[in-house]
Design a protein around this ligand. Structure first.
Ligand SMILES: Cc1cc2nc3c(=O)[nH]c(=O)nc-3n(C[C@H](O)[C@H](O)[C@H](O)COP(=O)(O)O)c2cc1C
Length: 227
């Protein structure tokens, strides 16, 4: 046990007599709407850790659900780090008080070469606020299944998007998405099959192919927790 009876961090003071060593002791304190703290008392080492638990907002723009699925995986990883995650579709987030979050992450998929205009609008409207907090952006597209296009520097959609906005996200990622032919309408299926044929991807109209590298998604989740 730490030799003092009380341990103070910049947010609150913990009475060590109230904590049983070996147990995860959870007490949440809201302070200045900025952060929440959690006290974890670790086993035989008799050490006391005070974790700053951030409130993280994940905003997603999706058409077929893959970007949302990626956000769920990010949420799982980030919450395992002790943080609090809120997921919000770009279509609903105007109702959310962005100011109350410590970090903001935006994820958006590509459709016919572009992210949804809602994403550009959101970024332009909230640039100042985004710049004031740790922030990140990720793009989901199938071009990213190619090794030379699966990093932010090499992905043409992400690079084009960054040139069109004045926000410079602190962290960036690109994830390969999913091709789900059975769920597409006739025209989309035909177009995607043509593009896939030209770029040596799957063309079987009955096939569903998930290209997403989940390990890479999880690494990004850990990075968000730390940023
Ligand atoms: C109609 C349609 C158009 C697409 N256009 C592109 C494209 O131009 N470039 C690309 O890399 N991927 C393209 N994709 C692939 C999507 O980015 C991929 O399916 C992604 O997983 C979709 O994410 P979402 O489910 O979150 O919308 C397209 C998919 C569809 C269905």
């Amino acid at each position: 046990m730490a030799d003092r009876q009380q341990l103070a961090c910049d947010v609150f003071t913990v009475d060590l007599n109230q904590i049983t060593v070996g147990e995860v002791h959870e007490e949440c304190y809201e302070t200045m709407g900025r952060c929440t703290c959690r006290v974890v008392c670790v086993g035989r080492l008799r050490k006391l850790w005070v974790l700053i638990m951030a409130k993280i907002l994940l905003i997603y723009s999706t058409t077929d659900g893959q970007t949302e699925k990626i956000c769920y995986r990010l949420q799982k990883v980030i919450e395992q780090q002790g943080h609090q995650v809120t997921l919000c579709s770009i279509t609903d987030c105007s109702r959310i008080g962005l100011q109350s979050f410590d970090k903001i992450v935006i994820g958006a998929s590509i459709r016919y070469g572009k992210h949804s205009p809602l994403v550009t609008d959101f970024v332009n409207r909230n640039k100042k606020l985004l710049d004031s907090k740790p922030n990140a952006f990720f793009s989901v597209n199938v071009v990213a299944r190619k090794p030379d296009k699966n990093r932010p520097e090499g992905n043409p959609y992400l690079q084009k998007f960054l040139k069109r906005i004045s926000w410079q996200p602190r962290e960036l990622a690109v994830f390969a998405g999913r091709i789900d032919y059975p769920s597409y309408g006739v025209i989309d299926r035909m177009m995607i099959r043509l593009i896939m044929w030209m770029t040596k991807g799957p063309t079987d109209p009955k096939s569903v192919t998930e290209f997403t590298d989940w390990q890479k998604v999880e690494e990004f989740g850990r990075l968000i927790g730390k940023m």
